[in-house]
Design a protein around this ligand. Sequence first.
Ligand SMILES: *[C@@H]1O[C@H](CO)[C@@H](O)[C@H](O)[C@H]1NC(C)=O
Ligand SMILES: *[C@@H]1O[C@H](CO)[C@@H](O)[C@H](O)[C@H]1NC(C)=O
Length: 396
Amino acid sequence: MNAILHLASLGALALIPAVACAATTNTKRCVELEVPVPIVATNQIFDQPRVDSTIDAIDWTVWVSTRTTLPARDRVIKDNPIKDIFKINAQLCVPSDKGPKADILQIATPGLGFDKRYFDAEVQPDEYSYVNAALKKGYSILTYDRLGTGKSQKPNAYDVVQIPTEIEILASLTKIARSGKLISSSKVLSSSRTTVSDFEPSKVVQIGYSFGSFLIQNVLARYPELSDGAVLTALYPNTIPFAQMIDVLHYDHEYPKENDPARFSEYGSGYFVLSNKADLQKLFFQKRSLDPALLTYTEKIKQPETLGEYASEGLSSYLVAEDFKGPVQFFIGEFDNFVCRGDCRGIYDPTEANRIFPHSNATYYLQPNTGHAPGLSKNASAGYEVMLGFLDSHNL
Ligand SMILES: *[C@@H]1O[C@H](CO)[C@@H](O)[C@H](O)[C@H]1NC(C)=O
Ligand SMILES: *[C@@H]1O[C@H](CO)[C@@H](O)[C@H](O)[C@H]1NC(C)=O
């Protein structure tokens, strides 16, 4: 519950952009895909202001934080059924040597403000790219741009890019990957020297970051049969009282086209993006593990969020994953400002963790000295060793 409220009060979740891996390195075996992902979901139409400029974006920030503004759940006008096939940009990488883990597919879901590049940083990739770390251990890994980010489709930001739709996109993408038809059902956009072919994974592990971890929690509860384990980074059941949580007023948002007209030309009404490096530092980093080159990179790859995502947080919560029996690790920066108000020590809530994952024996790990973006902070690769070691210890 607390973590959800966190999401709801901030709206500043973790994000990741998508980049063709072929562009990053010529040694990785990757293919970039446009995957048609069919989904059925029930979104909502909310009573909320429009955002068509940076003045509107800041005004929205003040409005959602105003004492007398109704919570989103009391601003629902009606259901908005979605039945569509969305174009999702994804990157599938396979290890160069086919070892025992090559048939285990990891699927990584980025958070708000990022596309898939969160998991595959182009700066010092041996230190920061989670994709590289997973490949090195012999896993196959699929990363993708959430709806409304990177090179994926960017539909209506109020009524379409919402949590229920994003949950179904992850579930549908996982089903396609499990069926062994990911590449054959997609448009292949580019591939590295060696061809990557379809395969039926023996197991699927979900890797999440922040908002992406939250989406995974709901997918594990709704579709327990689709996944065999999960590492949920930057998510942490905890005991912080609601009143102590950070709210969206801590961060400034701008209209994407005003923030960077060239980069964000495709983003229209209802999208907004964190303003600048100062905002990104406050939300994602702690100085003790901040590499200035990575802060600059974060500014370069930051992605817009939508009003619909924020509003739908108000109707979303952790679900009880009654039928999911796989292992779960919460992996969080020790000094995550967003989730823990700057200090995660001593506030893990095992009761809540066991409530939402009654059969997973969920565990947590605090990555030392790190803020809300462990994948872009110093010592990232040592953190990846912890995550991958957890999976290995559970035969994943
Ligand atoms: C739960 O996890 C802890 C820590 O990994 C481990 O020591 C313990 O044996 C596990 N319990 C069960 C029932 O799997
Ligand atoms: C780096 O991360 C590893 C794994 O979490 C940890 O054991 C180590 O103490 C960290 N080092 C620093 C300097 O934070």
